[in-house]
Ligand binder design. Structure first.
Ligand code: ADP
Length: 471
């Protein structure tokens, strides 16, 4: 059993004042594997006070000093790669391929931000004005459970790059992964109070941070509904807010796509992180003329995908994080049937041979109308919709006919053609074919997928305020 009964404030692991305890589960077995003691609003206050105390010294650091701190964090996190991998497999259950990426990504985020700090123009002259980019104050980061290591890393990295201090509230479901990360941060010997981590429930610790007068900025990743609550709460004190919210990403198969290669690529994006990813491409837009071929290839490829526990290295789709998420995904599969979408493969219940664990059958509905709820709402599980289209203009219209706009995909054998279509999509990122992640490029959403951008110079600027001195 993992008993996590401390939070990290002012450079030390301390017992929370909060008395609530939450169980921790292995989603592949449904067994309880631990318990976390949660902080409350008083703990949030203490963490903010520590961050506030540490802020002036941090704000005075030079870019070179910040880059050096970021590199120490990079090393400390990279040194714990094995512990992080194991924690992620046990507590979250993502397939080992994804866990491997996530652990590497968590470390490299610090190195990427170090490079950004070294090249970013913190001072510039505009006419007679000397403009300096200043840290805007103490930052709070509120993050979800679907990529805990990376989210903690990216928010800390950006805060430090800006010369800010930070309080992080992770999901209570990720306490084991958080603890490994906290150990790494502690080992990096940062000045006390620069990074503080408070486990706690959203409506308790998250809400306390969202309204706290000493928090200048909130960086939130999570659902659109919670993002709206945080934005509303933050408005009272005009906090700066970065929101990275939900998605319902379209994947447009252009007429010229080679489906033999495009379908496996699209399924990898659609089932990314077992479907528990805001950037997953969950609406497959297929030309009517290619629909039959797409059906055959989708079914055939999905049969080759292994669902199961992450301890099996061949597994490509793991369990849902919790029973609640499992039930939510099941309810959407029922909804698809109620909406008379055609079930191409998958369906309700667990995959054959998996009696325990929050596993979902990889599911594809076809002949889906873009107005159906399964095409409009984020399901956050391995459930995809095939939406047929008649011509390219209609495909683009369907792709953009959503309240979201995070990450879209274009599949084509002609890169110029794909780029032309990409430039018509209302999305913060458009991925053509199997293009890899670009760590310094901005990431974030149009429309209700969020506000602001993360990563690289765009992400850094969202943590800075310009001051112009005129003489
Ligand atoms: P999920 O339901 O998938 O956990 P959420 O968007 O609700 O997604 O959660 C993301 C993060 O937001 C979590 O850390 C959660 O505890 C926190 N959270 C939830 N509700 C609130 C709230 N009212 N105020 C601040 N944070 C919240």
């Amino acid at each position: 059993m993992h008993i996590i009964d401390t939070i990290y404030i002012d450079g030390a692991f301390v017992t929370p004042r909060g008395q609530d305890r939450a169980p921790l589960f292995n989603p592949a077995t449904e067994q309880q594997i631990g318990e976390v003691r949660l902080g409350d609003a008083d703990d949030a206050d203490l963490a903010v006070a520590a961050a506030k105390h540490a802020f002036p010294a941090m704000a005075r650091t030079s870019p070179a000093e910040r880059a050096a701190i970021l590199r120490r964090l990079h090393e400390a996190v990279a040194a714990r790669a094995v512990d992080m991998f194991e924690a992620m497999v046990e507590e979250y259950g993502a397939p080992s391929g994804f866990c491997g990426f996530a652990v590497h990504h968590a470390a490299s985020l610090f190195e990427d931000m170090a490079k950004t700090v070294e090249t970013y123009a913190f001072r510039r002259t505009i006419g007679r004005a000397e403009v300096s980019m200043e840290p805007l104050g103490v930052v709070a980061a509120i993050i979800p459970w679907n990529s805990t290591l990376g989210f903690i890393a990216s928010k800390i990295a950006t805060a430090i790059a800006a010369g800010s201090t930070i309080v992080i509230k992770p999901s209570e479901m990720s306490a084991i992964q958080t603890q490994v990360m906290a150990n790494a941060i502690h080992a990096a010997r940062l000045p006390k109070g620069v990074v503080n981590i408070v486990n706690g429930y959203g409506p308790v610790v998250g809400a306390a941070l969202s309204t706290h007068p000493d928090i200048a900025k909130i960086s939130f990743t999570g659902s659109t509904m919670t993002g709206r609550a945080i934005l509303t709460a933050a408005a009272r004190t005009f906090k700066r807010v970065t929101l990275e919210l939900g998605g319902k990403g379209p994947q447009i198969f252009l007429e010229d796509a080679d489906l033999a290669t495009a379908i496996p690529i699209a399924l990898a994006s659609g089932f990314l992180n077992s479907g528990q990813a805001c950037m997953a491409g969950t609406r497959l837009l297929v030309p009517e003329s290619r629909l039959e071929e797409a059906h055959v290839r989708l079914k055939a490829h999905i049969e080759t995908l292994k669902v199961g526990p992450a301890t099996d290295p061949e597994v490509q789709i793991g369990p849902m994080v919790s029973q609640k998420q499992w039930e939510r995904v099941q309810s959407y599969i029922r909804l698809g049937l109620d909406e008379y979408a055609v079930l191409l493969t998958g369906g309700e219940g667990r995959p054959d041979g998996l009696e325990r664990g929050w596993f979902v059958r990889p599911t594809v509905f076809t002949h889906v109308g873009n107005q159906m709820r399964i095409a409009r709402e984020e399901i956050f599980g391995p459930v995809l919709c095939v939406i047929p289209y008649r011509n390219e203009a209609e495909a683009i219209a369907i792709a953009n006919d959503t309240s979201y706009g995070l990450q879209s995909y274009v599949l084509s054998s002609n890169i110029d053609h794909a780029r032309q279509v990409a430039e018509q999509l209302q999305a913060g990122r458009v991925v053509i074919n199997a293009a890899p992640h670009e760590p310094l490029a901005p990431f974030g959403g149009f429309k209700q997928s969020g506000i602001g951008r993360e990563y690289g110079a765009f992400g850094l600027e969202a943590f800075l305020e310009p001051r112009a001195v005129l003489s």
